[in-house]
Design a protein around this ligand. Structure first.
Ligand code: FAD
Length: 429
């Protein structure tokens, strides 16, 4: 698959403000371990860390550098729940499984904060995340969401905001109402990911960068082949997100890589940034193609949005992203955009996460559908639990049914573009 923006992670605000992390060597020659993890994003690093803490010997292969993928480029919003609605999960599974999935999403958010504290990860964690309504019908949608979480899932913690109460968090003419979640929050995703890598190494994980897994020999004693070496393992974890491709065709057919983009304004100074988002909560609207934004620790606005179903970066990216930002914050019409970058999210057909086993010693977690900052960490924990002998929690996810994208590898893109057109029109109406 073509690389959306090979240079993008390099030119991103996150790369420019990353904490120092010494590069790691590429794999050379043969190594042996209990578990080989493929992918150095949060999913892979979390599973490697949890496995090492359970006493397994672990080798992790990252094809580029730690955090190169979505984990190091993301909007950094650590959000409860999933990309699809809880009602969808209840329909796909059962009411009881949906309840467990909701509770695990809360555990996922708490796990991020616990790891930040436990491993002293310097990643600008801030509490508070806000969902906002742009249109009157979205007010009703937000109210339904709040009621359902309180009544059906026992989560009465979302705070309803309108008028002056909303302006304590977001000062914009665009929004009519909001729901504040103080269990959620936001962070610098690349620094968090790199911090996880340091924790995994300290726990004994052997981590190799620039070590793309080119081929996997499956079986009772699987072997992962890179250009210059081989890993002999008893179990494998696939955590390559949108980039696994032909390494695992069964997984590739169930996700679709979709590009999404972020710009970073010039530093605005503390007072100007605070005047826009006084409480420092992160914000996301509830359009299908949504805007998501927050303040950075050095007082920029990091503004995310747009999507590319073709995987091709839109030619007018910076200008169109700036227009979206100015629609939310008209006072930013004159500010400079210092950075713009993109990355792929791995969406599934139903937007529910896709975790499980391909064979009895081959685990995977993917399909976070743009909502993975928290759930990735939990996915790693669940795969480690399963490898250690208790798959009961991973199985709750594995029971979610998933279908391949229609059209196969080549035609899934036009099919998806057509389907998405419907939702884009709905956003506009
Ligand atoms: C621009 C953007 C904004 C986002 N904003 C948010 C947000 O605000 N909140 C939220 O919850 N989620 C957000 N997401 C989604 C979230 O970032 C992802 O769901 C999450 O980071 C996925 O983590 P991962 O570890 O599964 O995958 P990745 O972080 O993509 O890591 C996969 C890694 O595997 C490596 N790899 C792949 N194939 C191989 C191979 N064959 N051999 C070796 N290595 C390989 C890749 O190089 C990559 O580093 C966003 C995503 C993007 C792109």
């Amino acid at each position: 698959m073509s690389d959306l923006t090979p240079a993008a992670s390099v030119s991103s605000y996150y790369a420019a403000s990353a904490r120092a992390f010494a590069g790691l060597p590429a794999l050379q020659g043969e190594v042996r371990c209990d578990v080989c993890v493929i992918g150095g994003g949060i999913t892979g690093l979390s599973s490697a860390l949890e496995l090492a803490e359970r006493g397994f010997t672990v080798v992790l292969l990252e094809g580029r550098t730690v955090g190169w993928g979505a984990s190091g480029r993301s909007g950094g919003q650590v959000i409860t729940g999933y990309a699809c609605e809880m009602a969808t999960l209840a329909e796909l599974t059962s009411r009881a499984d949906a309840q467990r999935l909701w509770e695990m999403s809360l555990e996922a958010v708490d796990l991020v904060q616990q790891r930040v504290t436990r491993h002293a990860i310097d990643c600008d964690w801030r509490t508070g995340q806000l969902h906002v309504a742009i249109k009157p019908r979205q007010i009703a949608e937000l109210a339904r969401y709040q009621r359902s979480l309180a009544e059906d899932y026992g989560y009465p913690k979302l705070e309803w905001l309108e008028g002056a109460a909303l302006a304590e968090h977001i000062v914009s003419p665009r929004y009519l109402a909001g729901l504040l979640d103080l269990r959620a929050g936001h962070l610098h995703p690349l620094n968090f990911t790199v911090g996880l890598a340091a924790a995994a190494r300290a726990a004994g994980v052997r981590l190799y960068e620039h070590s793309l897994a080119l081929r996997v020999t499956r079986g009772a004693a699987p072997v992962v082949h890179t250009a210059a070496g081989q890993v002999h393992a008893r179990q494998l974890v696939f955590a390559g997100n949108a980039w696994l491709g032909r390494l695992a065709p069964e997984l590739d057919s169930r996700i679709m890589p979709v590009g999404t983009y972020i710009i970073a304004s010039e530093p605005l100074g503390a007072a100007r940034a605070k005047a826009l988002m006084p409480s420092d909560a992160a914000v996301t609207d509830i359009n299908f193609v949504l805007d998501y934004f927050r303040r950075s620790a050095d007082h920029r606005v990091l503004f995310g949005g747009r999507v590319s179903y073709s995987g091709i970066t839109p030619p007018d990216l910076v200008a169109s992203m700036r227009r979206r930002m100015v629609a939310v914050f008209p006072s930013l019409a004159d500010v400079r955009v210092d950075y713009a970058w993109g990355g792929f999210v791995d969406i599934t057909l139903n937007r529910a996460p896709h975790f499980g086993r391909l064979e009895k010693n081959l685990y995977f977690a993917q399909g976070f559908s743009g909502h993975g900052m928290a759930i990735t960490g939990l996915a790693g924990r669940l795969m480690a639990e399963a490898i250690a002998g208790d798959s009961s929690r991973l199985d709750v996810f594995a029971r979610i049914p998933h279908r391949a994208f229609p059209g196969g590898r080549w035609l899934r893109t036009p099919s998806l573009m057509l389907a998405m057109l419907y939702y884009r029109l709905r956003d506009l109406l």
